[in-house]
Write a protein that binds this ligand. Structure first.
Ligand code: RB5
Length: 176
């Protein structure tokens, strides 16, 4: 698999370890840095990994910062990116199964290395369940002007409705 990686100064050590693991396993790695503890700005690394995945240069992305939060926020600014910040394995599994996460964000300051290794494995090996989750994932990219005015109308009414997508009209399992 072709995988893009990026980290700031608070995440580069884990990022470098992950790069080594992935290369040893034969993955094609795009490493955008950073490579040492000199302070850098995490958004730039989140954007780079996000763009690499969104443009198809990489199939998946992995980002690391101190908390996993800022670099995930940055990656999620790139259209087409579904980046999940995770710090335990079940969230990593759900991020793939339900949300089809194409980028994962790890925390070097808050998460132990053994946990990272388990979550890395899960991120690489777990498929997307599709089915009822597919049209919800599609909706994640519908937040344009139309969706915004719809949401504002819902807010005025004090009630939120499900989206009327073609999938809804033919009937999808509900309740979960
Ligand atoms: C850097 O000190 C830290 O703010 C950064 O790595 C990250 O945790 C931001 O969300």
């Amino acid at each position: 698999m072709k995988i893009a990686l990026g980290a700031d100064h608070a995440g580069f050590e884990y990022k470098d370890r992950i790069v080594k693991i992935l290369r040893d396993r034969g993955h094609d790695v795009l490493d955008f840095g950073t490579h040492d503890a000199t302070a850098v700005d995490y958004p730039q690394y989140g954007y780079a990994v996000g763009e690499a995945v969104a443009t198809g240069q990489a199939e998946r992305g992995i980002v690391v910062c101190g908390s996993s939060l800022g670099i995930a926020m940055a990656a999620n600014k790139v259209p087409g990116i579904r980046c999940a910040p995770v710090n335990e394995p079940y969230s990593a599994e759900l991020a793939r199964r339900h949300n089809d996460a194409n980028v994962i964000a790890f925390s070097e300051r808050l998460t132990g290395w053994e946990m990272i290794e388990r979550m890395l494995e899960i991120f690489l090996e777990t498929p997307f369940d599709g089915g009822r989750h597919a049209h919800r994932v599609e909706q994640l990219f519908e937040f344009g002007d139309d969706q915004r005015s719809r949401t504002l109308k819902d807010l005025e009414k004090g009630e939120v409705r499900d989206a009327q997508t073609p999938t809804d009209l033919v009937g999808v399992p509900t309740g979960d």
